[in-house]
Design a protein around this ligand. Structure first.
Ligand code: FPP
Length: 238
């Protein structure tokens, strides 16, 4: 217990001194986690949802201010209908759990219009009831990075813009008000961004883990923080 506390205090300090404010997660590997145990893919997503809460709360407790998770991509509609339905059910039940979190501000990033209206109303309600809290969680749901940029540009054009700046686009993205991710973590032994935060990731550090998402632990988050604190960020300068 004492040892655990010490790690936590050290990691909290590292978060502060390294300036780590925003961590984004591509939670990959739920399906393989389930298959390797002879379980249906849906069981992997349930285990993934459980771990998502553990990791999100831990990030909050060690002083990270923003977390973004990739929960459902615009491409995930191509999965079998039963899996898509299971992911929608999970989203719905996560909203109930989320209502009990006291200090988390929830924001869904992505195109909500394709989501069943009853669930969408509950997403809106959750966002409204948790606004302006100290820790922000962005849940990317029906999200695609390129689609987000197109949506941002179209909304600027519809407001009358004839040319746009980088700042204009940043402000028109779903993540407005949130700094770009300092580090993007992908589990599941895949080494790509898969259309996640295409604009915001321009200078993000990348961290790839061989673990399947349900196995990604608090100690793995510590490793991300330790690794981030060692990276030299130059943002194109010297
Ligand atoms: C990728 O693993 C994971 C997903 C497509 C879903 C991620 C969703 C969760 C972790 C649940 C959290 C839910 C909410 C609403 C926050 P995969 O299925 O592609 O795994 P595989 O590559 O092993 O097949």
């Amino acid at each position: 217990m004492l040892f655990k506390k010490k790690i936590n205090a050290d990691v909290r300090e590292l978060v502060k001194t390294s300036g780590l404010a925003h961590v984004a997660f591509i939670m990959d590997g739920n399906g393989r986690w389930a298959s390797s145990r002879g379980l249906p893919r849906e069981a992997g997503h349930r285990a993934g949802a459980k771990n998502f809460k553990t990791v999100m709360r831990y990030c909050r407790d060690i002083g990270i201010r923003y977390v973004t998770v990739y929960a459902f991509s615009t491409e995930n509609w191509k999965r079998p209908e039963s899996e898509v339905r299971a992911l929608m059910r999970l989203l719905d039940s996560e909203i109930d759990v989320a209502k009990e979190e006291n200090d988390v501000e929830y924001l869904f990033i992505g195109d909500k219009t394709a989501i069943e209206s009853a669930i969408r109303a509950r997403m809106d309600e959750l966002e409204n009831m948790t606004a302006a809290r100290p820790f922000r969680l962005n849940i990317a749901f029906n999200y695609g990075g390129r689609a987000e940029i197109v949506h941002a540009v179209n909304s600027l054009v519809s407001e009358g813009a004839v040319s746009v700046t980088e700042d204009d686009i940043s402000r028109a993205l779903y993540t407005d008000g949130c700094p770009d991710p300092d580090i993007i973590v992908r589990t599941g032994a895949e080494f790509r961004l898969s259309n996640f935060l295409m604009w915001q990731s321009a200078y993000s550090e990348l961290f790839f883990s061989d673990k399947m998402w349900p196995d990604f632990s608090k100690r793995d988050v510590d490793r991300v923080v330790e690794e981030f604190s060692r990276r030299k960020r130059r943002f194109g300068g010297l």
